[in-house]
Design a protein around this ligand. Structure first.
Ligand code: HEC
Ligand code: HEC
Length: 196
């Protein structure tokens, strides 16, 4: 009686172990693929380097779309194009899911209150329709609120030089007769960077 109970307990323990490792397997593949990203984008996407964007907490759709555009060359890059080519589309999807699940962590940086105030006005008039919640919601694109200033500067330059194609409706708000001056660009960057 005693003996058979012990056998059952041992079997049961072994079964639990086997089940636990099978259960842990799929998350660890995504985590493993995402590990490569941590060297530049920080642990779980919370980048600590000003020219590396924070990527956690953005929508899965935006992350996947960005990486596919890097891979095809549609979006210009210094690094991401070559890197994305090393991943299959299925792997990119796993990685996008992984970072979308981790919360966005605002970059810790200084901003100039006078520039923030001017930037806020521009945001209210021209950008908030899409970059909602002061740029902290990624529903329609990337998260701008709390992103590194240096990275935002790079993005804005790529858009303004035409290297990176911007959505038509966004272009209407900052090109042509609505062309932003360099001072206005600087102000809007400080506004988004000041968001917590
Ligand atoms: C060697 C450094 C490096 C590594 C490793 C790296 N990245 Fe990047 N990432 C960058 C840089 C730099 C940019 C800005 C675009 C560029 O110049 O390549 C960027 C941009 C991005 C963006 C665009 C963010 C936005 O706000 O539009 C996404 C998404 C991204 N990376 C995802 C990833 C993922 C996922 C991985 C891992 C599979 C990864 N990166 C690995 C350096 C890196
Ligand atoms: C009609 C909607 C719309 C409006 C208005 C709009 N944007 Fe955007 N914005 C987007 C979308 C969508 C993206 C993602 C583009 C992509 O990478 O495909 C984006 C991306 C960006 C990025 C790139 C962030 C990154 O991760 O690289 C910046 C910076 C930006 N917008 C700034 C602005 C500013 C400043 C304004 C106002 C002057 C503005 N946008 C107005 C839709 C809009």
């Amino acid at each position: 009686m005693m003996k058979s109970t012990r056998v059952a307990a041992v079997l049961c323990g072994g079964y639990l172990l086997a089940t636990a490792s099978a259960w842990a397997e799929s998350p660890s593949r995504a985590a493993m693929l995402s590990n490569t990203c941590a060297g530049c984008h920080g642990t779980n996407g919370a980048s600590v380097g000003p020219s590396m964007p924070v990527i956690s907490g953005m929508s899965e759709a935006f992350l996947l779309d960005s990486m596919k555009k890097f891979k095809s060359g549609e979006r210009p890059s210094s690094i991401m194009g070559r890197l994305a080519k090393a991943y299959s589309d299925d792997e990119l999807k796993l990685v996008a899911e992984y970072f979308a699940k981790h919360p966005f962590v605002s970059a810790k940086q200084e901003t100039d209150p006078a520039k923030v105030a001017i930037g806020k006005q521009i945001h209210e008039q021209r950008c908030k329709k899409c970059h909602i919640d002061n740029g902290r919601d990624s529903e329609d694109g990337s998260i701008l609120g709390g992103q590194w200033k240096e990275y935002l500067q790079i993005s804005m330059s790529e858009f303004r030089s035409g290297k990176r194609v911007m959505p038509k409706k966004m272009a209407e708000k900052m090109e042509g007769e609505n062309k932003l001056t360099p001072e206005e660009v600087e102000a809007i960057i400080h506004f988004y960077a000041s968001q917590k």
